[in-house]
Every structure is written in C-alpha cells, then in structure tokens.
Ligand binder design. Structure first.
Ligand SMILES: N[C@@H](CCC(=O)N[C@@H](CS)C(=O)NCC(=O)O)C(=O)O
Length: 212
C-alpha cells in the first residue's frame, strides 16, 4: 500500500494513527509535484493529502480511508460492536471533520506575528473553545473517548486538540482543555501506537511553528 502524506499534514496524521494501531505495512511517499499539483491530481483526483493507492486503486479523504482500513484490517477493531455505539463513533468523526478541525485550521494564518490580528485570534479562540466544550460534554472516556479500546473517533481529536493547544500558544492566547479531555489526551499520548504515529508529526509541526 502506498500512503501519500506529508510530515506536516494533520489529516495524514489522523490516518497514520489507524495504520499504526493496526500495524499495516505501507510505503509513505510525498505527493509527486506537491499536493494540488497536476502530477499528483493525475494520481489522486482530489489533490489532497492523505490518499492511499493499492495497485491502480486510489482512495482519498481521511475518513473514507480510515473506514476502509477498519474493514480491510478488522483486527484490532477500531469500531465498537453494537449499532448505536458505531453510530456515535461516526457522529464524533463527522463532528471533528466538519466543526472542530476547520476552527483549528483557521489558526494557521495567525501564527506569523507580522500577519497576526489579535482580535481575530480572540474570535477564533472563542469559537474553538465552544466546539471543545461541546466535545467534552459528550464524552466519558473509558479510557478512550467512546470506547475501552482506541476507536476511529479518537483519531481526529488526538491530532487536532494537541494542534489547537500548540497553535493557540503560538498565537499568544493559550487555551486550557477541559480536564476530561486533557486526561484523555495525556493517557493517549502514553500509548505506544499513538506515539509512533504522532511523534514525527508533532516534531515537524513544532519546527514549522518555531520557524515563524
Ligand atoms: N477532507 C479531507 C481534507 C484533507 C486536507 O485538507 N488535507 C490538506 C493537507 S492536511 C490538503 O491536502 N490541502 C490541500 C488542498 O486542500 O487542496 C480529508 O479528510 O482528507
């Protein structure tokens, strides 16, 4: 399996967690010509990272990839067994991609101090904290967000709650996570498969922030 990804891509990091937990063998390569490029779009029509390729078969969109990986490599399971719990995992994945992640991504434009608008950062911070508080009110980690073993619902928040903290600090308006989420994040970061997947991405992200 070819995994198109980059060191800094947060959506690639989300998929890398599943690859790591399931111990899938893959070859990671950078998108030829960079993401969005014509060369890369000739392979992956969306032009986005991440994507996977198996022979001539190509799939992009992190959530579609994670669901494919779950079905193709069912052990260890990253979806609970019962119908309603599975639906909740999918809800949290959607919530992450559609409502939480865009609020984190918006902060990238504010990291460089010369281009920063502190009132915009404050507005983004309020909007982000609103989504984080929603997430905190819905979960009772056991110890993973919705399950006893890591599930697909943990992957996006593991990437973006850490990233939210790092970017808000860099923008001069740090946030504190609600204890329920901070405890979950601390527990998850002690997990070997999560650390293997996220440590290189966190290092690359820290370096990117420092360079600004
Ligand atoms: N919904 C997509 C978002 C992927 C995405 O935005 N990836 C970024 C890198 S982290 C990217 O490829 N950006 C280039 C673009 O949007 O054209 C997914 O879940 O895979």
């Amino acid at each position: 399996m070819i995994f198109y990804a980059s060191a800094l891509s947060s959506y690639s990091a989300k998929v890398r967690i599943v690859l790591s937990v399931k111990g899938v063998a893959f070859e990671e390569i950078s998108p030829p010509g960079g993401y969005r490029s014509a060369d890369y779009r000739a392979i992956v029509p969306m032009g986005t990272l991440p994507a996977i390729r198996v022979g001539d078969w190509v799939l992009s969109e992190s959530e579609a990839i994670n669901e494919f990986l779950e079905e193709r490599y069912p052990v260890p399971a990253m979806m609970p067994a019962d119908l309603q719990s599975r639906a909740r995992v999918r809800f949290l994945c959607r919530f992450h991609d559609l409502y939480l992640e865009p609020r984190v991504r918006a902060l990238f434009a504010q990291v460089k101090s010369a281009q920063r608008d502190p009132s915009e950062v404050a507005a983004l911070r309020t909007a982000l904290l609103q989504r984080i508080d929603q997430l905190a009110s819905w979960v009772q980690p056991q110890p993973w967000l919705l399950t006893t073993q890591i599930s697909l619902a943990d992957c996006g928040p593991l990437v973006n709650l850490w990233l939210a903290g790092a970017l808000m600090r860099a923008c001069g308006q740090p946030i504190l996570l609600p204890p329920v989420l901070q405890n979950w994040l601390d527990m998850a970061n002690r997990d070997a498969a999560v650390a293997r997947a996220l440590d290189p991405w966190r290092a690359a992200t820290r370096e990117w922030i420092a360079a600004r």
